[in-house]
Design a protein around this ligand. Structure first.
Ligand SMILES: C[S@@+](CC[C@H](N)C(=O)[O-])C[C@H]1O[C@@H](n2cnc3c(N)ncnc32)[C@H](O)[C@@H]1O
Length: 470
């Protein structure tokens, strides 16, 4: 074929591709990357297509669903040639449920992809040219690892009670009777409790009309103790027959130690409201974490993967010289890191905005006879600049949005010799690390990823920084 014939064929191909670049069209693509949110990424006519439920190496037919000039989202229509990393999902609703994104990817590849994701984000957003990212801490239990499930409740068109996770990208509930990433001891309760709720006269909350009572069913388990706490989240304290029903549940399930009611009347996506009452049994469960006994209440934050959190804690304790040091655990929650590390340092101060969590942290310190720890209620941005003590080490474990800029500025001015930044959101982690390191004050010495959330695209990591000599 001569040059002009080839050029004419290429032009025809380009025109055909342009015609295909429309909502609803079926295109054939090869998946060559994974996005940070876990979607497969392919290219069509030099434009990017994000395709959930795919993995690098898949060749697939994809229907375009949201089309922009330079990129589109696609819905998987058919796998033409499966990737060598593709496996059958363990969950029957994996393609619908928004809880997991990676059930179709083999576990070894999930681990490699998560580490790669962190390296890429540290380079791209953090500006670190060769970040030292350790092999990811994997888990022996890539299924059944979660110690907590909060299922939204709804009604089907035939008024059947639905409980499950939201369908991908929506607020439509995918009804579940078991979930393979939850601790399997929680599964029997889900189907049966749902049936009991259906038989009561309680109304189910409707997100659109904001009418109705019950919003969520939350189950929490102590992985080591097996103790379970059941909480109903309601817009109304008054649920007729709740005390009798709670007693029935306590008698039926020997591992159930308490039934609670959380009051959340607000028009919000937040699951829990501020007030919780114990309806039967006790309002907390006991858990063993890093050899300490912890009491956990229905809605205080606790890492959902107990085993992985312990493994990360161990790395942190090993990497730092903690002897005789003053440690600040900023965003400390119930003292998940502060309490176990207290045994290794001179003194720990935990800072946390949620007073309930601090109440729990203080109680847990007392239960375990830990005397060298104190907790301050307040926002880190307010409390940290006012502390009179100069810390040697600061652990930061902020929510997904990362640290307030003023927290970074305070750290740069008080200059602790070591920082550990724990995060489940690589993008904000990279942003904040860049701020800490760009002025030559701190050096990023290493990053330790840990797989807290198998079967999902989420990853936790701890970044280690040391103060450079000035
Ligand atoms: C990712 S959790 C970590 C909790 C704890 N380190 C753990 O591992 O269990 C973040 C915590 O930061 C708290 N928090 C959020 N914003 C805060 C702020 N501005 N100041 C202090 N604490 C905050 C939340 O209440 C939550 O307990």
């Amino acid at each position: 074929m001569d040059l002009s014939a080839r050029q004419s064929m290429q032009q025809k191909e380009t025109i055909r591709n342009r015609e295909q670049w429309q909502q609803g069209k079926l295109i054939e693509i090869e998946i060559s990357d994974l996005s940070n949110s876990g979607d497969g990424v392919g290219r069509f006519d030099n434009r990017v297509v994000f395709v959930p439920d795919t993995v690098i190496g898949d060749r697939a037919l994809v229907r375009l669903v949201r089309v922009k000039p330079q990129y589109a989202y696609g819905k998987l229509n058919q796998i033409l040639q499966p990737s060598s990393h593709r496996i059958p999902p363990k969950c029957i609703v994996a393609d619908k449920c928004g809880g997991c994104q990676w059930q179709h990817i083999d576990y070894e590849y999930q681990l490699a992809a998560k580490r790669q994701q962190i390296i890429q984000v540290l380079k791209r957003i953090g500006g670190f040219s060769q970040p030292n990212v350790a092999p990811i801490i994997s888990t022996n239990s890539p299924l059944g690892y979660r110690n907590k499930a909060s299922y939204p409740l709804g009604l089907s068109s035939t008024k059947e009670l639905q409980a499950g996770y939201y369908r991908k990208g929506s607020h439509q509930i995918v009804n579940l009777n078991k979930c393979p990433v939850q601790d399997s001891r929680l599964n029997p309760l889900l189907a049966e409790v749902k049936k009991d709720i259906q038989e009561q006269s309680w109304s189910i909350y409707n997100e659109t009309t904001h009418r109705g009572q019950l919003r969520h069913l939350s189950l929490r388990i102590g992985k080591r103790t097996g103790e379970i706490l059941l909480t109903l989240v309601s817009t109304d304290w008054h649920l007729k027959g709740i005390y009798e029903q709670a007693q029935t549940w306590l008698q039926r399930y020997p591992e159930l130690v308490g039934v609670c009611l959380n009051y959340n009347p607000r028009q919000t996506n937040a699951i829990f409201g501020k007030q919780t009452r114990c309806v039967a049994g006790r309002g907390y469960l006991r858990e063993i974490f890093a050899d300490l006994e912890l009491q956990l209440r229905p809605h205080t934050f606790f890492q959902v993967n107990t085993e992985a959190a312990e493994a990360l804690l161990e790395v942190i304790a090993d990497r730092l010289d903690l002897h005789n040091r003053v440690l600040i655990d900023a965003y400390c929650g119930i003292g998940t890191f502060a309490l176990p590390l207290a045994q290794k340092v001179a003194r720990v101060i935990g800072i946390e905005v949620q007073s309930e969590a601090i109440k729990q942290a203080r109680l847990n310190a007392d239960i375990n006879g830990i005397a060298n720890v104190s907790f301050v209620i307040g926002a880190v941005e307010k409390v940290l600049p006012q502390l009179e003590v100069k810390p040697d080490v600061v652990i930061l474990d902020p929510p997904r949005k990362g640290c307030d800029r003023s927290v970074i500025e305070t750290l740069l001015s008080i200059q602790p010799s070591h920082l550990v930044y724990i995060s489940c959101q690589p993008a904000t982690l990279a942003r904040d690390l860049q701020l800490l390191c760009s002025q030559g004050s701190y050096q990023l010495t290493g990053v330790q990823p840990a797989d807290f959330f198998p079967q999902t695209a989420h990853v936790e990591c701890a970044a280690f920084l040391r103060l450079l000599p000035q």
